[in-house]
Design a protein around this ligand. Structure first.
Ligand code: MTE
Length: 325
């Protein structure tokens, strides 16, 4: 992974500016100063794949021969695994990109997922029981962060609609709300009191039922690594990456629209919908292009990250909403 482009991204604010004021600012103000990914990464760390990780993950055998769903095609090569493993956003383990080593502290078994809210019957299900019930497949998806970098990923997992069949929401369910684990002893980032832990995200039921909405449990033919959100994360490839909540512990079907982590921190910059749109800039940088993480080249961003055909219909009656932040 080249360091050249990571040293001073266009949206970078000097750390001194944020830290000198941090004591006096409330958390919303502070995060405006830091920005998403506003701290520079410690350079030079390399990812060591941990055999302990494989030993503690009983799902390791599920992905080797997983069948790729050929419906979902890419227009550029798959981003090399090593790059994806070492350039991540996971604020629970640090407000920078090199969290891969710190994230190995995440304990992923046992891992119970609570399902509640507007459902016929609330339940708690272990990740391995869930994996046994779901039809697993591989999909190649584009992945576009609001910070204007992008990659492509071979995800494994199952379509959200399959999970919804299992969870049996009632007619009152209008949204799905997702919550990440909360445990300061594993995740030192959660000691940073100015963030509204736990990380929360939400989507509408219509979005959840869309064929693109994918629950990720694997990547690159293996269980999804901890730094990428083991053992369960979301992939919504037409939305900015911050919607792709990692390490999900709780799923609630709700009547009310959930307020997500970044929306709570900076509602002028991050909203509920967060659909990719090259014509609507972030207040502090352009969204017209994105930096391909592999080549370092800037490439044009596409409306809905190239998935217009699959998802544009979801928004045709919502034009008064802030659909693109
Ligand atoms: N989920 C949790 N729990 N915590 C986070 O900090 N970061 C989000 C999203 N999911 C985040 C999270 C952001 S900003 C992005 S861009 C993607 O994860 C990054 O996913 P990746 O590291 O697999 O590329």
């Amino acid at each position: 992974m080249g360091k050249r482009n990571f040293l001073k991204p266009s949206w970078y604010l000097p750390e001194s500016k944020a830290t000198s004021e941090s004591v006096f600012l409330n958390r919303r103000e502070l995060v405006k100063g830091l920005g998403m990914g506003g701290l520079l990464a410690a350079a030079g760390m390399s990812y060591k794949s941990s055999s302990a990780h494989a030993a503690e993950d009983p799902s390791a055998g599920l992905y080797k021969d997983i069948v790729r769903n050929e419906k979902y095609k890419l227009d550029r090569p798959i981003t090399p695994e090593q790059l994806n493993l070492t350039y991540n956003n996971f604020y629970e383990f640090g407000s920078h990109k090199q969290i891969h080593e710190a994230a190995q502290a995440l304990k992923i078994r046992p891992w119970e997922i609570e399902v509640d809210g507007e459902v016929e019957k609330p339940m708690t299900i272990g990740i391995d029981d869930l994996l046994a019930k779901m039809p697993l497949e591989e999909r190649l998806y584009r992945h576009r962060c609001v910070e204007a970098w992008s990659m492509t990923v071979p995800w494994s997992g199952f379509e959200m609609s399959e999970f919804i069949k299992l969870a049996k929401p009632t007619n009152d369910a209008k949204y799905m709300r997702f919550e990440t684990f909360e445990d300061k002893s594993m995740a030192p980032g959660q000691k940073q009191f100015w963030y509204p832990w736990p990380y929360v995200e939400g989507i509408t039921m219509e979005e959840a039922m869309n064929e693109m909405t994918f629950m990720v449990t694997g990547a690159y033919g293996k269980p999804v690594p901890k730094q990428m959100g083991a053992p369960l994360r979301l992939a919504l490839p037409w939305k900015y990456g911050f919607k792709h909540i990692k390490s999900i512990k709780k799923i609630s079907f709700t009547k009310e629209r959930p307020v997500s982590f970044w929306e709570e921190l900076g509602p002028t910059e991050y909203g509920f919908w967060a659909n990719v749109n090259p014509e609507v800039d972030h207040p502090r940088w352009t969204q017209a292009t994105e930096r391909d993480l592999e080549t370092g080249e800037r490439i044009p961003t596409k409306l809905f990250n190239g998935y217009e055909e699959q998802v544009a219909h979801l928004y045709k009656d919502l034009q008064s909403e802030a659909l693109y932040k």
